[in-house]
Structures are given as structure tokens and as C-alpha cells.
Design a protein around this ligand. Structure first.
Ligand code: UDP
Ligand code: MG
Length: 140
């Protein structure tokens, strides 16, 4: 089924010049970028995006990291896009990520792991709407 998901090149990924590499891997896997921007989150924006994690011990550090520089959120479309993006990213902890995944290849730590991808259809809907207005996303 054709799906849409939200991916983000996180501040460390932008700093490491990996915007093109992340997109290239998505495109090589047959996925398509249908919306994209560069922006920067403030504390409220990062806390709202990661609200499900607000009770976790790493929350404060995660918010500080996500506000530390520009990010590149994008809407990715294609067959099974949610799962495919997660697969291309690899596990949250780069040490546990499969070889050939973005996080295994480029991430420094479980926090600074260069890329985000929605983990399911409901999350994808929420996260796409968090960064993109209806007018910025092509009709399906
Ligand atoms: N994170 C962290 N420490 C942890 C787990 C997660 O700093 O122990 C950060 C990391 O940047 C991760 C984000 O919080 O990407 C969201 O966590 P989640 O468990 O949703 O991982 P993801 O879906 O990004 O793989
Ligand atoms: Mg997640």
C-alpha cells in the first residue's frame, strides 16, 4: 500500500552534510520526497514533537539536541514507506543497527542518530501535520 511518512535529518545529520545521502538512500529504495523544508525547532516545538517521551530520562537532553541546529523534515511516499524508512534508518542505537543502515554508517550515539522516521500510520499522520500544512503537501 502506498503510504506517507515523516522523516527528519536531525541537527547532527545536517551538520555532517548528510542531507543528500539520506535522500539518496530513500530514493534508491524507490521512495519519493513529496514535501521538504529546512527549519529549526525551539524548545516548545521539540518537546511537542517528542511529547510521547516526556517522562523518559533522556527527554531533556533529546530536546536540547533537537534544538541545537537546523533540521530537514520531509514527507516520504511509496509502497510500505513507513517500514522502508525505518529499515533504511536502522535501530535507534547505532551500535545495534544493521550494517548498511544510515544510523550504523553515520550516527555517533543512541541520541545523536542523524535521522528520524515515523513508527506507524497514526504517528506518521501526526508528525507530517506537525511540520507541513495541507497546502505544502501534494493531494493524493
Ligand atoms: N533517544 C535517546 N536515548 C534513548 C532512546 C532514544 O536519546 O535511550 C533519542 C534518539 O534521538 C531517538 C529519539 O530519542 O531517535 C526517539 O526515541 P525512539 O525510541 O522513538 O527512537 P526512534 O524511533 O527514533 O528509533
Ligand atoms: Mg520513535
Amino acid at each position: 500500500m502506498s503510504e506517507r511518512t515523516l522523516s527528519i535529518v536531525k541537527p547532527d545529520g545536517v551538520e555532517k552534510n548528510l542531507v543528500g545521502e539520506v535522500i539518496r538512500r530513500f530514493e534508491k529504495a524507490g521512495l519519493r520526497v513529496v514535501a521538504l523544508k529546512m527549519t529549526r525547532l525551539d524548545e516548545r516545538g521539540a518537546a511537542g514533537f517528542y511529547a510521547v517521551h516526556r517522562e523518559r530520562p533522556f527527554f531533556g537532553s533529546l530536546v536540547a539536541f533537537m534544538t541545537s541546529g537546523p533540521i530537514v523534515p520531509m514527507v516520504i511516499e511509496g509502497e510500505g514507506a513507513i517500514g522502508k524508512v525505518r529499515q533504511l534508518m536502522g535501530a535507534t542505537d547505532p551500535a545495534k543497527a544493521e550494517s548498511g543502515t544510515l544510523r550504523r554508517d553515520f550516527a555517533d550515539s543512541v541520541e545523536r542518530n542523524i535521522v528520524h522516521g515515523s513508527d506507524g500510520p497514526d504517528t506518521a499522520r501526526f508528525e507530517i501535520g506537525y511540520f507541513f500544512s495541507a497546502l505544502e503537501i501534494p493531494p493524493r
